[in-house]
Design a protein around this ligand. Structure first.
Ligand code: ACM
Length: 518
């Protein structure tokens, strides 16, 4: 009894210390990060941000300077001061140091090292994108309230000491936004870019055309938007992006290392284009503007050269607006296109895209055509199509509808969304691995992961946020972290702690009961 008492005290003290350390780590350490970094450890002590902090850039590389001033704005709410940016090699104590390290090629295009100790914060990368991702990680090490537009309390200015070395598993990590079923204004699309890039996603696939609307100005074919852009699901006035507005979106995304992939869906899903130019249809059907939600009733005429002349104009103008390497030709659900016409069509459209210097992406049905060497297939529904694509040498983007479709309802009580593929709860969206999901499609066949948001039932930004969060951060982690580093039970805790950050970002998320929100 006399001997066991001090031991009990010691055990209690050790337990309390462990809890204290854990709480500290939980509040600001690596245990809050989404997506989870490849390698990370929590160090001793913390870096203190104050009025003496400077951001130092070791190069006057324009991009590094731009990122430094981005970081300065991110940190402004923390100290209430605009932290000065300098290229001078000043005192190493009290600095946040950004370096581009030409020698560390193992960090690749997007990797970074983030080191925080009591004296300094150091983000180094081989390329500027890596610095950007290091900054996104640093943001999450700061208290959630810094994300708010009007922080009301200065709670702490410390950043937990950490060492992180990070690199993504997949080069392609994206989300698709359907701006055709309901049109979304430029500012909404920019907010979407902000949200996905926070989670280190680097692709925004814009579904620009469908039966209900054509949303991108094509100067040589003005009726596509004048007529085809004039409505949307439910009969609203629709809308479209002028080329100048679209270029603004592309530029805004590029500043956040997000590549925009434009999709013109064809030969099906083309009612809006056919109403604009009725000769695009060679069947005995009359087309009028459509604001319902059926699919599979329209098709371009695959036999007429005039169809391909219009597609040439569209692709030429769109390619000129697209700095990224890809153009998406859709190809899904062409239920009224004869199978032989469908193959003819896809075979004729691919060379038009490559002629303008772009690589083709299409939904998995395009595997039925002869795929060009650089054509990529996006798996959404059909396993045999996707296996055929791999056999033909194509790379695959993994967007299985049962896991990644963000318009699928969480459960039968969800007010928005559909459920034709599945109800997808937060754990369902997280608990799968692209490299083992589909027989015959392995890691080396996969370019990456994309989570599409179709908008038949999604009308405004609040609706987008409710359906996308909290599933999108999990899918971003699937793309960034890789299967071996992921586990739902552990992720659930990180996500729970992340709730306050989502709130501070003004995100109206679905508070899933499968997560014990903190
Ligand atoms: C699709 O969901 N129709 C690609």
């Amino acid at each position: 009894m006399l001997q066991s008492m001090p031991i009990r005290l010691l055990v209690t003290a050790a337990l309390l210390t462990a809890i204290a350390c854990k709480n500290r780590q939980d509040a600001h350490g690596v245990g809050v990060l989404i997506p989870k970094p490849m390698e990370s450890s929590t160090g001793i002590g913390a870096f203190r941000l104050d009025g003496n902090t400077t951001i130092q850039v070791d190069t006057s590389h324009d991009e590094a300077m731009r990122l430094a001033s981005h970081l300065s704005s991110v940190l402004e709410p923390v100290t209430g001061l605009k932290i000065p940016v300098t290229t001078a090699q000043g005192d190493s104590t009290g600095r946040i140091w950004l370096t581009l390290d030409a020698t560390d090629t193992s960090l690749g295009q997007e990797g970074y090292v983030l080191h925080v100790d009591e004296h300094q914060v150091h983000i180094s990368a081989h390329e500027p994108a890596g610095i950007f991702y290091g900054i996104q990680t640093l943001r999450q090490l700061l208290p959630a309230w810094i994300e708010g537009t009007a922080p009301t309390q200065i709670e702490t200015r410390e950043i937990q000491a950490v060492h992180i070395r990070d690199n993504p598993e997949y080069a392609y990590r994206g989300s698709m936004l359907d701006v055709a079923r309901h049109f979304f204004a430029v500012d909404d699309v920019k907010r979407y870019v902000d949200l996905i890039s926070t989670y280190k996603m680097n692709i925004l696939h814009l579904h620009l055309t469908d039966d209900q609307g054509w949303r991108i100005e094509i100067k040589s074919r003005p009726k596509l938007t004048e007529v085809g852009g004039s409505t949307q699901v439910g009969g609203g006035k629709g809308g479209f992006y002028t080329q100048e507005q679209y270029a603004d979106i592309v530029r805004y995304a590029a500043e956040r290392y997000v590549t925009v992939i434009p999709e013109v869906d064809m030969p099906g899903h083309t009612n809006a284009a056919i109403v604009s130019y009725p000769w695009l249809n060679c069947r005995d059907t009359v087309h009028t503007l459509y604001s319902g939600t059926e699919v599979g009733f329209s098709t371009f005429c695959a036999k007429n050269d005039s169809t391909y002349a219009l597609i040439d104009d569209v692709v030429r103008e769109l390619a000129a607006l697209t700095p990224g390497p890809w153009l998406h030709i859709g190809g899904d659900e062409s239920h009224v296109t004869l199978p032989e016409d469908y193959v003819t069509f896809v075979n004729r459209v691919q060379p038009i895209v490559t002629k303008y210097g772009k690589k083709v992406i299409g939904w998995d049905e395009i595997a039925n055509a002869d795929l060009q060497p650089n054509t990529t297939v996006q798996f959404w529904a059909d396993v045999p199509n996707t296996q055929m694509a791999v056999k033909k040498g194509a790379k695959v983007i993994m967007s299985p509808a049962r896991k990644t479709y963000l318009d699928m309802q969480y459960d039968s009580t969800t007010r928005l969304g559909l459920h034709w593929a599945a109800f997808i709860e937060v754990d369902d969206a997280y608990n799968w691995d692209p490299a083992s999901y589909t027989e015959g499609v392995s890691r080396q066949d996969i370019l990456g992961v994309e989570a599409p948001l179709w908008t038949e039932t999604i009308v405004k930004m609040d609706d987008i946020e409710y359906m996308v969060f909290p599933r999108l951060p999990g899918i971003a982690e699937i793309g960034w972290t890789g299967g071996a580093g992921r586990d739902w039970t552990e992720y659930r805790e990180r996500l729970a702690r992340h709730g306050s950050r989502l709130k501070a970002m003004g995100i109206d998320y679905y508070p899933s009961k499968r997560v014990n929100w903190k």
